[in-house]
Design a protein around this ligand. Structure first.
Ligand code: PMP
Length: 389
């Protein structure tokens, strides 16, 4: 910074380079900047340069505003990692998988529209809250947010028709592999974290509707790119219609950049520069440090994750989740996120995921500096407890 600049709350000194002691550790958002160092090591080979006259058109090489070359490489990436079967399925793009969340709800509710009542959109606690936010934001005649699956699990068969269920596997916030719970529902399988950075890959996912996002693979969340893998042609066409009417497809510049990144990731698979190896190593180290800090006291606990066979690494591997789902164990400490706040740690409260306020989510996918500060604050918090008995 320049002398005399106004520093933010975390930095001080004449050139804003001094970390201030009162700076909070911000573990709130799922910003995947842990992959920044990987791309810094591949700065030249992963860059693109686009001339002013290039790619000006609405048109692309494929139908429906998608780049065929990018679609082909997405299939190659799934094949190289072995996390999803795409043969015989359609792929559509979205501006982040966020845009596709509503596109899929729209497509599936029209698909089941023989019923007079709107489709019931549900998820299992704790769930990624954007499913609810987006469904409510775009609420239409065709579908309605209907809360959590456990409230419908015992409903009569006749009242259990026309459901759209979000299944997040691995789950955000707790990293557990999940399956649908309501029989007969149309299921959107959100596999944002089904990559070797965050999870074992026991087998290739082969569901009818699967959602992926480049944000959590390469870490380029700001490019806003995600895709859906769809078995049924009618549903695929409805998603495509949504994309046409909503934004006329995804930015062609974004598609170009993501193509370059995916090519790089595929080329590195199995080698020294494997991004999945890098991602796993980074996340694994963060998780084990956190586990050992939390284990020094009985005031907090973490979600239980077990080692699991991973077909990508061809061995059993230890857990390396994207988020910690922290629980405050003491009877009197009912609001875990507020307690952490007082200790200089910003987390995302469990109530946002429709879980108990004893739980709170810590993001582990931000920068190395974010993690260092978070762990430092946690050590202080946990050891303070030991002193006071
Ligand atoms: N699904 C899940 C489970 C997520 O955690 C996220 C991002 N935090 C998304 C979807 C959306 O990601 P994006 O819009 O960046 O593709």
């Amino acid at each position: 910074g320049l002398p005399g600049c106004e520093c933010n709350t975390c930095y001080g000194g004449s050139d804003c380079s001094l970390l201030m002691p009162e700076c909070p550790a911000d573990a709130d958002s799922g910003d995947p900047l842990f992959l920044e160092p990987y791309w810094q090591q591949h700065a030249a080979s992963s860059g693109i340069l686009v001339s002013g006259w290039h790619r000006m058109s609405y048109q692309t090489t494929g139908y429906d505003f998608i780049s065929l070359e990018l679609e082909r490489h997405i299939r190659l990436l799934h094949k190289a990692v072995g996390n999803a079967v795409t043969d015989g399925k359609f792929i559509t793009f979205g501006s982040g998988s966020t845009q596709l969340i509503n596109a899929l709800v729209y497509a599936l509710s029209l698909h089941n529209s023989t019923s007079a009542s709107p489709a019931h959109v549900v998820a299992t606690v704790p769930y990624y809250p954007v499913y609810k936010f987006r469904t409510n934001l775009f609420e239409g005649r065709e579908y309605k947010w209907e809360g959590i699956t456990s409230e419908w699990a015992n409903a009569s068969a006749s009242s259990r028709t026309n459901f759209i269920e979000f299944v997040t596997s691995p789950n955000n916030p707790d990293g557990l592999l999940r399956r649908s719970v309501l029989r007969g529902s149309a299921v959107i399988h959100d596999h944002a974290y089904y990559w070797p950075h965050y999870s074992a890959i026991p087998a290739a996912a082969d569901e009818d509707i699967m959602l992926f996002t480049n944000s959590k693979i390469s870490g380029h969340a700001g490019s806003r790119f995600g895709w859906a893998v769809i078995k049924d042609e009618k549903i695929y066409e409805r998603v495509t219609r949504y994309m046409l009417l909503n934004t006329m497809g995804v930015s062609r510049d974004t598609q170009l950049r993501v193509l370059k990144l995916i090519k790089e990731m595929i080329a590195a698979v199995g080698g020294e520069d494997d991004i999945f190896e890098f991602g796993y190593r980074t996340m694994r180290e963060r998780w084990s440090k956190l586990v050992s800090i939390v284990a020094t006291s009985d005031r907090f606990s973490l979600q239980k994750l077990s080692p699991q066979f991973c077909s990508y690494f061809e061995k059993r591997r230890e857990p390396s989740p994207a988020y910690a789902w922290l629980k405050c164990e003491r009877e009197e400490e009912k609001d875990c996120s507020a307690l952490l706040n007082r200790a200089g740690i910003i987390s995302r409260t469990g109530t946002l995921f429709e879980a108990d306020s004893r739980y709170t989510r810590l993001s582990l996918i931000k920068t190395g500096d974010d993690i260092d500060l978070l762990l430092k604050r946690l050590v202080a918090l946990v050891s303070g407890v030991n002193q006071s008995g």
